[in-house]
Design a protein around this ligand. Sequence first.
Ligand SMILES: Nc1ncnc2c1ncn2[C@@H]1O[C@H](COP(=O)(O)OP(=O)(O)OP(=O)(O)O)[C@@H](O)[C@H]1O
Length: 308
Amino acid sequence: MEATIEVRGLRKRFGATVAVDDLSFTVEPGQVTGFVGPNGAGKSTTMRMILGLDRPERGTALIGGRRYRELRSPLREIGAMLDASAIHPGRRARNHLLWMAHANGLPASRVDEVIDLVGLSSAARRPAGGYSLGMCQRLGIAAALLGDPPVLMLDEPVNGLDPEGIRWIRGLLRSLAAEGRAVLISSHLMSELEGSADHLLVIGRGRLVADTAVRELLSAASGDRVEVRTDERREAMAVLTDAGATVAVTEGDALVVSGLTAAAIVEILTGKGVAFRGIAEHRATLEEAYMDLTRDAVEFRALAGEAS
Ligand SMILES: Nc1ncnc2c1ncn2[C@@H]1O[C@H](COP(=O)(O)OP(=O)(O)OP(=O)(O)O)[C@@H](O)[C@H]1O
């Protein structure tokens, strides 16, 4: 089976709310695709339609070329986690997974493999009611991996994890993609996807705002910006602004200058006698790139509003 998710012209309405509006994208194998947008943007509804849990008003969602309900052995073709806390509190993790394996014709030996893989071995025989959010996420991921599927789809897998848990999940997602799987993960925070996503689908109010490789997005957002480290920030800002540059201050107290080359900045600061400690090309964070993107989308909406 080809490891892809293909969504074409998907639309879903709940009463007067259009939750998903003419959405099209492809999730490719061998990479982690981040599905990002604010709360209520339509991510979960899209994922539910991919799994056949919500019926689209229009459009199709295919997993390896087939609709979910046409899959012969769904757990072997797509692994999904929609709500990590959706397990009966009295149920033990291992028993939950054994029941799933049994119901889907999967060997019991696979249960201990996935428990090991997600690092739940020491807790697997305890009732899930005592699990932390992070442990529930691990259990949800274990369930998604049970059928060793080529396609994985996880709704907010990073949400609520501590820094160690975030590092762990980034590594796991990267290795699953490196094995050639198509991995789709949603988040409402761009920063959560930093270091794990190769590709981004940005969604706002049910519509696709961007479908882009992370590398391209970052280089576009970093483009022509220079970072200057100086103890004379106020003076540096004044002379660089006078020279036509736009200057911002980063959290790390550096100046981010756009509109001038590094060579021109050196010349101006030296000429005006402003001391500096270092000058380097600025590398944008995913969060900054996202702000650029959504700013463009807001401006676009404002222009469209003026035109109508
Ligand atoms: N069952 C439902 N009945 C009515 N409205 C719904 C239903 N499910 C979703 N919606 C609405 O559809 C829109 C999209 O919701 P959805 O949960 O898909 O967004 P989301 O991007 O997943 O948000 P979040 O990040 O909060 O999970 C929202 O306006 C939501 O209120």
